[in-house]
Design a protein around this ligand. Sequence first.
Ligand code: LMR
Length: 394
Amino acid sequence: MFENFKPLPADKILGLMQMFREDPREQKIDLGVGVYKNAQGVTPVMRAIKAAEHKLWEEQETKAYVGLAGDPAYSDAMINLILAGVVERGNIASVATPGGTGAVRQAFELIKMANPSARVFVSDPTWPNHVSILNYLNIETVVYRYFDRETRAVNFDGMMEDLKTAQKGDVILLHGCCHNPTGANLNEVQWQEVINLLNERGLIPMIDIAYQGFGDGLEEDAKGTRMVASGCPEVLIAASCSKNFGIYRERTGLLMAVSNDASGQALNQQTLSFLNRQNYSFPPDHGARLVTMILNDEALRADWAAELEETRLGMLALRQQLSDELQRLTGSDRFGFIAQHRGMFSLLGTTPDLVEKMRLDNGIYMVGDSRMNIAGLNTETVPILAQAIVNAGV
Ligand code: LMR
């Protein structure tokens, strides 16, 4: 049987991680995978996570299974963090999942189960794994215009025009905040226009929110998601705790099915739990438990939010420094978009050839579509990157 395997295309982001590791140059700069790094290049365990782990180690008395949906207290805490009460708790079904990717995967399976002919509309560009999983599940994917490669902002008119081609029951995948890979986001007026269109045409929104707290702040970053959740009859939300709690390898995510009344909640919950059972049975608990402990403890929560805010402000300062440095070197403000973008990433908007050139000449690793992980920089490497961008002729 094994002889039937065929070589598979390497994941663009993970392939780059491997290349970076194998590069012997000391001066190399990793702007690839979406993992936060501090000025020392370390991905730290957050203080509140350490404290919660310590407490858990002392107090936890069993590792027995929790439940197919995970601990209901985790769902409650996360729903509150993301939706802040804009939807009645009784209208929401939810399950813990192995990371945000687990939530995305379960959401796609749910779509297929509910409506095998539904197409999923994804932004151009989107996180490559969205498209990869959709293809793997044989779900038809339609690309909608999103990023204007000239202005490096959202091409909102193009987006709306393309979304108008969707048919009733199609699913529109939106990034809740900190769009990955572009860093260009919808404003509140645009969110409302999207919601109006979704409702006029009977389209189902699915939101992937993986960077809450990395853009404009914990509350601000959830605004679009909250507007959609309270403004549309049905919404799927896939959330990740990897980045904002820094617990990447613990695989901690949540999938929500939100309705505008409570009538379908029990069946939705049963369906979500069934899907967990088919795919991996009980979801992982360790990360979810830490998140629950932090969100439900005033002191831990305040410390976590403060550290997350430091992280966010650090990334904003790096964005500003890079944008200023490029302005100084080029005498133009055509890189001003870097300071306007939000989240971990900015899409530089250049060709794969120039991305490759910067890798070969300067040991700078960004994803081939020219996505840069801003958190891979520090104040000393910003000028090196700026010079490399100019030398490459971007
Ligand atoms: C990324 O976009 O780099 C992250 O979400 C990590 C991943 O799994 O691709």
